[in-house]
Design a protein around this ligand. Sequence first.
Ligand code: B12
Length: 504
Amino acid sequence: MKKLVLAYPNLRWHKVDIQTLWNLNPSTLCLLGKMVEGEANVTIIDAQFYDLSIEAFVARIADVKPDYVGISILTSEYSSILHLAAEAIKNLDQNIIVIAGGVHVTIEYMKVMDDLNIDFAVRGEGEHILRDLIRFLNGSGGKPTRGLVYRHEGRIVAQSQELIMDIGSLPLPDYDLVKMEDYINVGSRYGPLRPPEYPYVRMLITRGCPVGCSFCQVESISGRKVRVPDVSRVVDEIAYLKNRYGLKSFIIDDDNIALRKKFFKKFLKVLTKRDMGLKFIIQSFAIFALDDEMLELLSKAGCVGINVAIESGSKRVIKEIVNKPLNLEDVPRLIAKIKSNGIYVLANFIIGFPGETWDEIRETISFAENCGADYVKLFVAVPLKGTKLWDMAKKHGSTEIADEDPEVNWRFSQIKSDEWTPYDISILRAYEWDRINFGDPNRRRRVAEIWGMSEDEISKIRKATRDAVTAGNPHRGEEIQEHVQGPKRDNLPIITDGGNLLIN
Ligand code: B12
């Protein structure tokens, strides 16, 4: 049988001292691997999790001698590692067919195909396409008709994006393709979104989000219709993981699981009924979907933490820029209710939108401080391709650079304003994050509890964050200066991206 390697490249190839060191979910590759069962022998190589150098990665591939290598790349921010991996594989053996997939590829498939080391790109959800492509390459099936991007007579042909409507029909991932014991006992990271207990897994239960916030790419990735599997199937998978690996907690990674209220409440009820004693947190929760019944169900089912996305403390910004159906007046009451059910609340805010005034940014800071959340995260607005924010930023003349290089738009604010500079936003963000979350001893204690770290350890992270904004890195300073219009300053303050680990 032909051999397929499925791989995550290592973020550290992008930058040795990279701080956003998330590990990726092995279940995505295990699911893709399951889909090609009977068509190819699959080996998974996770260079990120096992911190493989590019040489070690190539050596592992050389051991396997695959016919095909599928590389998965989640974010555009680190897309350089896709190309490094593809080049290394072709240098090893020109005959290996390289297939690229993942969110970055779905959005930037044309740019990805500029790299001649990549033979095929997959646009959208890859389960069926990968299986069909392998069959085609094996000579046992026709060419896929959706989701495939390939070269033909010197041109790039891009088929339409694939979304799988019946996600409940997908099989369980083949967890035997990886050493799950390694993954479930190591945190993807420390800090606010750590798993409540180990062993743990990350779960993505639904796909899609109907809200259409201006900054979010999910509409272009997963569509506006929220697709759900059968509740029993999801709970069976959780039970399987508990029985097999002794699972104690999980993280729900969905874009907005609460919006399909009926489905979500049924899920919580069945989970409670199965009485598995698991704890969970929710990474992204639409607070406007919350009602009393849902809250009670959440608490009974084992939810210990919720991350809510408020985005702005200014009504005008929420309505005219963010486009989220959120009534700010309800937020403090809802947060208090969640907390009174023993669930901690993390709240996300974004500053530096196109057309946002300095006073509106100040309103957000003040709202974040007083909304009652246990921990507040401040992000810098980053215009992503295919979003309304991208169009707005373009109108403000701010995205020329991003047009040329999809990576650059992640490193710093690119939005232009007469009232503030990207540097103002970076400084404000870091110091207000520190003041709001750590300015008072009670808050400091609470955040330490949620992060699962001592206050001393957290002080080091706070210090590193201050150092990053005040001292900056002279080399990166020049790089930024080249790209950002604005007054030249020495000692540039730098928060490198919308999700700097230090303060995420
Ligand atoms: C959960 C999640 C995470 C999780 C991990 C996800 C994972 N899969 O391991 C965590 C919390 C770790 C995470 C981290 C980050 N994330 Co995130 N994340 C998501 C989220 C909400 C869901 C992704 C997911 O798990 N989908 C489910 C799986 C099954 O789908 P998938 O990964 O897309 O894979 C499918 C296809 O892409 C394809 N496919 C994937 N790989 C391959 C490979 C081959 C060979 C083939 C054929 C097909 C294929 O088939 C798969 C099955 O259908 C998305 C939003 C979204 N809806 O996509 C944001 C999102 C992808 N994240 C985003 C960002 C910015 C980040 C961070 C950079 C944040 C930060 N600054 O720290 C980091 C980067 C981490 C990294 N190492 O790259 C942005 C990316 C924007 C962009 N275009 O770059 C998104 C779109 C959120 C947003 N709204 O803006 N993330």
